[in-house]
Write a protein of this length. Structure first.
Length: 131
């Protein structure tokens, strides 16, 4: 048996209950945020694949838009349609670009605004339309 005076108790290790609850709360909030953001990122990647496929399978702007609409229907793309595409001829190459915003409500008045954009241009620069 140990004879330890009250001032000689071994140091305690670990996390307190309050610390554990706060840590779990932060992890739950991050998981909820990820659950709301990940589907929009998946849809963005689908849009990028759809514009590449539409460009590869068509030669005119109308054909590209029709091909994109078919890809969007199959890929469950709802954030953007063919009328939101910017199709420009750059010499002998056709460049298809898009940009859109996705607003994700979080809680109360707080929301998260994600701005997505992409292009088939090799340099990755998106031509802006004059407004």
């Amino acid at each position: 048996m140990h004879n330890l005076a009250p001032t000689q108790l071994p140091a305690q290790r670990g996390i307190s209950l309050v610390g554990m609850l706060l840590s779990m709360g932060v992890l739950v909030l991050l998981a909820i945020l990820a659950a709301k953001v990940v589907p929009t990122v998946i849809e963005y990647n689908s849009v990028k694949r759809a514009i590449v496929a539409a460009k590869a399978g068509a030669s005119t702007a109308n054909e590209i838009k029709l091909a994109f609409d078919r890809q969007a229907e199959v890929g469950y793309i709802t954030s953007i349609s063919s009328k939101d595409l910017s199709i420009d001829a750059n010499g002998g190459d056709v460049i298809v670009s898009f940009s859109y915003q996705k607003k994700i409500p979080l809680f109360g008045p707080a929301s998260l605004l994600l701005e997505y954009q992409g292009t088939t241009a090799t340099n990755g620069v998106i031509a802006k339309k004059p407004e």
